[in-house]
Design a protein around this ligand. Structure first.
Ligand code: 13P
Length: 260
């Protein structure tokens, strides 16, 4: 069984460093020394250093929410992979739909960032997923295929095995409208089959594929129990420690029960 991985994407929240540190400390206390499931938090970039300090001694990973593909230079307002590493990051979210659809990020840009993240030693969490219109016109698989092909171009099988994917149907993000376990499992299995074709079966079976989109403590268990769903990328519910810890507990229970 692949290790379950629960990550919190705080997006542009909270608005103060004190509140960010408080949230991180609450999650740290709740997780304790448990390394299973794997857990990471991805706060706004400006709070990363403070959160790294708050998480000292904890197994919780720290992730950026975005990065530039270049290591340094004249790129006003941008942050590079080595900078994320320098402030303590272990992970970075790439190609989130709010960046793809809100800020024009393309698969080619995600691919450049992905290669740079791997070169810097970060574990990338590459997001993909279809819009409501794409789902309703039966284009989910072709959209996901295009995103996979473009975003993962040029990766070796060994590099691929270390990449985390997050399937986040855009229509389920922040809407309270969660994909059913069947809908999510179907796309996760499709993603894994695509990886087996593009890389090989052994690599495909190693890649952790998270689900994201309105994951809450009360729906986590049924999603995480699906054979190809290996964790969750959590938005809203990662901003309240009891809610986020509830999802982590659900993951721990699924791990203890074991799944096929
Ligand atoms: P919500 O959990 O708020 O739907 O957000 C999901 C998400 O976008 C995580 O990256």
């Amino acid at each position: 069984m692949r290790p379950l991985f629960i990550a919190g994407n705080w997006k542009m929240n909270p608005t103060t460093r004190d509140d960010a540190v408080k949230l991180a400390l609450e999650v740290k206390a709740g997780v304790g020394a448990e390394v299973s499931p794997r857990v990471a938090v991805c706060p706004p970039a400006i709070f990363l250093a403070a959160i790294d300090e708050a998480l000292a001694g904890s197994p919780i990973g720290l992730g950026g929410q975005n990065m530039h593909a270049k290591t340094d230079g004249a790129y006003t307002g941008e942050i590079s992979a080595p900078m994320l590493v320098d402030v303590g990051c272990t992970h970075v979210i790439l190609g989130h739909s709010e960046r793809r659809h809100g800020m024009g990020e393309t698969d080619a840009m995600v691919n450049q960032k992905l290669l740079a993240a791997l070169a810097a030693g970060l574990i990338p969490i590459v997001c993909l997923g279809e819009t409501l219109e794409e789902r309703e016109t039966d284009r989910t698989e072709s959209v996901v295929t295009t995103q996979l092909t473009g975003s993962l171009a040029g990766l070796s099988a060994e590099q691929m095995a270390g990449v985390v994917l997050a399937y986040e149907p855009v229509w389920a993000i922040g809407t309270g409208r969660v994909a059913t376990p069947d809908q999510a499992q179907h796309v996760h299995a499709f993603i894994r089959q695509s990886l087996a074709r593009s890389f090989d079966q052994a690599t495909a079976s190693r890649v952790v594929v998270q689900y994201g989109g309105s994951v809450k403590a009360d729906n986590a268990s049924e999603l995480l129990s699906c054979p190809d769903i290996d964790g969750a990328l959590v938005g809203g519910a990662s901003l309240k420690s009891p809610d986020f810890l509830g999802i982590i507990s659900a993951a721990r229970a699924v791990e203890s029960a074991g799944k096929s």
